[in-house]
Ligand binder design. Structure first.
Ligand code: ADP
Ligand code: MG
Length: 487
């Protein structure tokens, strides 16, 4: 057994999610990513003396939604607190946060790793305001500050140290991102920083039950980066312990290019934040009725949709999982099944042909040009056996992509000459045409025992037919015509 296998990795994650409200948490400034620096800043955001915060009520429902989805208890008496520290991107000199009354607490998230199901306990979800952004890499001589982000509403979701591998952390974050997106709480974009993760990592010898000393890693801008950083950090700690060293409690950054973590500041420098109740904001009371109202207005969660699709629509678990990968995908599928009862067929179109197109073009279903109503018409044409599935995929789908505003898909199919002819005359003439084209091969088939040429003839006829014939009786009629040519 290698030394690394003698250790267990222990991880606790702190996830910050920016809430996708119209305005900031305590000020009327709009939330707009990428605006010109320092243009979305009122006097409240700038922390001018005499200004007062006013709670944006929309943040409460969003935080509670997330709490309900993660099986948390909901706090009745919510108190905001001041977390005091100095930093240039924090003009007030304190951050308004929640200290001992987090809005949601004691929940859990279930994650699948391989075939195993693991329960990750949520310690708390609390509301707070984001700070501004310090920019150190645009000017060699000085740092710059952009306060547009200051006052953006955040929820911080804190797990217990329950994760046991980088893969579990990966699956947990994937699930959290999915939840915030489905609940319309946050756009979940890690590259733009609307979803951020700090990973607390420690290691211990297998069998040991006490926790090892941890390091906290910051600045990872993708779920994959979090996974890599945890693996690197765990190995680093094991190497230190194996060489007789000790782990320092510290904050470490992650270097994406090198794939390594590096020390940023040690915990000896830990701040005393002097938390105290925010005197400028009243208690927010959430009674049963208020929580029930929020619960009733919640959009369905991915797991509920999977249950609906498998139990009510008769789809496979596999199809249902694919359809619920994103909220946009669900919206498209729901639009399809509002207009057709051929559920299986609708799922197939989304999960195969459309998905392949999205992948090839690196776009999401939100950017897919064909409207659900058109796809429904395609599905109906196939069901009525007016167009074969093959012809629909090969000809109708690409034609629709060219002219997505076409109103009558049936008309388009006619223009493409792919409407199936149930009478046999077209099939007969196509067979004759192909056999006339290959007299030598016909002779080989009839007199030289080359029976496997049949496949070649079939393929050639189907190619010429461009989906216009129903291949059901083709084999039989082809054999008949071949034999009829025997002199
Ligand atoms: P802090 O106040 O320093 O942020 P917390 O006690 O709130 O510390 O813990 C922050 C995160 O660190 C939580 O997700 C928790 O599960 C995790 N954590 C705490 N101790 C350890 C440890 N020894 N190893 C790994 N993760 C830990
Ligand atoms: Mg922390």
């Amino acid at each position: 057994m290698s030394i690394y296998e003698q250790y267990e990795i222990v991880v606790g994650l702190e996830v910050h999610a920016q809430l996708n409200t119209q305005t900031k948490i305590f000020a009327p400034d709009p939330l707009t990513f990428g605006a010109i620096p320092n243009t979305q800043v009122s006097f409240i955001t700038l922390g001018h003396p005499g200004t007062l915060p006013v709670l944006n009520k929309a943040v409460i429902a969003k935080a509670v939604r997330m709490g309900i989805a993660t099986h948390c208890s909901i706090q009745k008496n919510n108190q905001f607190s001041r977390k005091n520290y100095f930093y240039p991107d924090l003009p007030k000199g304190y951050q308004i946060s929640q200290f001992d009354t987090p809005i949601c607490y004691n929940g859990y998230v279930t994650v699948k790793v391989g075939d195993a199901s693991r329960t990750i306990r949520i310690n708390r979800i609390h509301l707070e305001e984001d700070a501004g952004k310090s920019i150190h890499d645009q000017n060699p001589r000085f740092s710059q500050i952009d306060l547009n982000r200051a006052g953006t509403p955040l929820i911080e979701i804190v797990t217990e140290p329950d994760l046991r591998s980088s893969e579990e952390a990966y699956q947990y974050l994937t699930e959290i991102r999915k939840l915030v997106q489905f609940l319309d709480v946050c756009d979940g974009n890690m590259e733009e920083g609307s979803l951020r993760c700090d990973a607390n990592v420690s290691v211990r010898r297998k069998g040991v039950t006490t926790l090892g000393q941890r390091a906290e890693i910051k600045n990872m801008n993708s779920i994959r980066a979090v996974k890599k950083a945890i693996d690197y950090e765990a190995k680093r700690q094991i190497d230190i312990l194996e060489n007789g060293g000790t782990i320092l409690q510290e904050t470490r950054g992650y270097d994406m290019e090198k794939g390594t973590t590096f020390s940023q500041r040690s915990k000896e420098m830990a701040h005393d934040y002097r938390y105290f109740p925010e005197p400028d904001l009243p208690l927010v009371v959430l009674d049963e009725t208020a929580v029930e109202q929020i619960r009733a207005a919640m959009p369905p969660l991915p797991q509920q949709l999977v249950a609906k699709y498998t139990q009510q629509l008769g789809l496979s678990e596999y199809d249902a999982q694919l359809l619920t990968e994103s909220r946009e995908m669900v919206a498209y599928f729901e639009a399809l099944i509002n207009q057709t009862t051929h559920y299986k067929s609708a799922a197939n179109w989304l999960n195969t042909t459309i998905k392949a197109y999205l992948n090839d073009n690196n776009i999401s279903i939100g950017q897919f040009p064909i409207a659900p109503a058109q796809i429904v018409q395609v599905i109906e044409l196939i069901q009525q056996q007016e167009v074969s599935h093959t012809a629909a995929v090969q000809f109708l789908f690409p034609a629709l992509l060219q002219q997505p505003e076409t109103e009558s898909v049936a008309h388009l199919a006619e223009q493409l000459q792919i409407v199936t002819h149930q009478d046999s005359s077209l099939m007969d003439s196509l067979i004759a045409q192909v056999l006339d084209k290959y007299p030598d091969k016909v002779r080989d088939y009839l007199y030289n025992g080359k029976k496997n040429l049949l496949g070649m003839f079939l393929g050639e006829i189907m190619r010429e037919a461009k989906g216009k014939i129903d291949p059901k009786n083709l084999n039989q009629r082809l054999t008949e015509q071949l034999l009829a040519r025997k002199k």
